[in-house]
Design a protein around this ligand. Structure first.
Ligand code: NAD
Ligand code: ZN
Ligand code: ZN
Length: 392
């Protein structure tokens, strides 16, 4: 038997192909019928031919669906349950999983730390932009959800697989606290939901930096202050806004922000030549903008191998970064993939209680057959695409 799936074929080419059915391979597996599966900025790093995806790789790591089948050792999940599946799959019991550090699971990938679906270099797990998905360690990896497929929470819940938890994780890495001032570089899904998460946690002011109109507008709708890098240096602009907001006497040196989040990663645009990439652009801006003793969270991806390295970066992922500035200011810089399981059920409960509505940032929906066009539009930032969700 075959099912339809989105397959990476070549640089900037994906196709919808028949692939063998997902099936139970271990007694602790489940097979999930996918109802929604989002496209992520991480998929674009592969689509753009930068992070070594092999032709034939089934893409996708942001699924929502209904359990179809479970193995004989699965105890808490049964067919018919509606579930979100976190991007980074994990065993749930190893030394790091037991501490909630699931993105670094010691067992999910034989040749490394942590694993993900449909992701070059992150294990053998087939992607989720497909009709069916095999989910290992189903008791740990299926997040139970109320309601029915296609109900009013479908877009909110699909963002529990990655985007909302990653935005939230960024605020935890940056240690955002009530009253903080925060700048988020990048107003893609991850940056927007990091800004939204910071506001939910009581940040006093949140600035969203990007250079795409639709995304800046969305940042504003979510309650952040948009800062367009095409209009000038965003660091100068935010300092100006902070000064205008009124800095208390004696605190004039704190005219930056307390916390900075990099939600762009290595494919950052060079602000002075927006048609070029400059992988260390955001890190350089963050170092200038962060206040003394503040924090920077790097949630955008920086790969260990870039097949087409850009100025300021080497093929093995080394960047020129202002180490001395961070040291002098006493800033902590933290990195990382999302430890999904730490946040998923808390964020689910914020959604079901009506406190959070992350689905507001979903702009496009399409059948699986429409994937090639949605990838193209998303990559080109055409037609106002911020988040596209496929429905297998
Ligand atoms: N750490 C994790 O677990 C995790 C999970 C999901 C995604 N990610 C990563 O997060 C990043 C963002 O994902 P996304 O889905 O929002 O991607 P996206 O491609 O939709 O958004 C990136 C945004 O950054 C903006 N940008 C580019 N250069 C900039 C600059 N110099 N200053 C400010 N903004 C700039 C772009 O205009 C774009 O809107 C990607 O690198 C993705 O791989 C990490
Ligand atoms: Zn993602
Ligand atoms: Zn583990």
């Amino acid at each position: 038997m075959f099912v339809k799936a989105v397959v990476y074929e070549d640089i900037r080419t994906v196709g919808v192909r028949d692939v063998p059915d997902a099936r139970l391979e271990a007694d602790s597996d489940a097979v999930v019928r996918v109802t929604s599966s989002a496209i992520c900025g991480t998929d674009l790093h592969m689509y753009d031919g930068r992070t070594g995806a092999e032709p034939g790789l089934v893409l996708g790591h942001e699924p929502l669906g209904v359990v179809e089948q479970v193995g004989p050792c699965v105890e808490t999940i049964t067919p018919g349950m509606r579930v979100a599946i976190p991007t980074h799959l994990y065993c749930g019991t190893c030394h790091l999983c037991a501490r909630g550090l699931t993105a670094a699971c010691l067992r999910a990938r034989p040749d490394g730390i942590g694993a993900a679906y449909g992701y070059a270099g992150m294990g053998p797990y087939r992607g989720a932009q497909a009709e069916l998905l095999r989910v290992p360690w189903a008791d740990a990896n299926c997040i139970r959800l109320p309601g029915q497929p296609g109900d009013a929470h479908e877009d909110d819940f699909v963002l529990l697989a990655d985007a909302f938890v990653t935005g939230w994780h960024a605020t935890r890495l940056a240690d955002v606290a009530a009253g903080d001032t925060v700048a988020v570089f990048g107003a893609g899904t991850i940056g927007l939901l990091a800004a939204y998460s910071a506001l939910l946690q009581g940040a006093r002011a949140v600035y969203s930096v990007d250079g795409v109109d639709a995304r800046l507008d969305m940042a504003s709708e979510l309650g952040a202050t948009p800062v367009d890098f095409r209009a000038g240096d965003p660091v100068d602009r935010i300092r100006e806004l902070r000064t205008r907001a009124g800095l208390p006497i004696g605190e004039e040196k704190l005219d930056g922000v307390d916390k900075v989040i990099d939600a762009v990663g290595f494919q950052a645009h060079d602000r002075t030549h927006p048609d070029r990439e400059r992988p260390n652009q955001v890190v350089a801006d963050a170092a200038r903008l962060v206040n003394a003793c503040g924090a920077v969270a790097v949630i955008g991806v920086y790969p260990e191998k870039d097949l087409n390295p850009q100025p300021g970066e080497t093929a093995d992922g080394r960047l020129t970064v202002p180490w001395g500035t961070f040291f002098n200011k006493g800033v902590s810089v933290r990195f990382g993939r999302t430890h999904d399981r730490r946040y998923t059920t808390h964020l689910r409960d914020l959604i079901t209680s009506g406190r959070a509505h992350p689905g507001a940032i979903v702009t496009h929906h399409g059948r699986l057959d429409y994937a090639a066009e949605l990838y193209r539009q998303f990559d080109k930032r055409e037609d106002g695409v911020i988040k596209a969700v496929l429905h297998p």
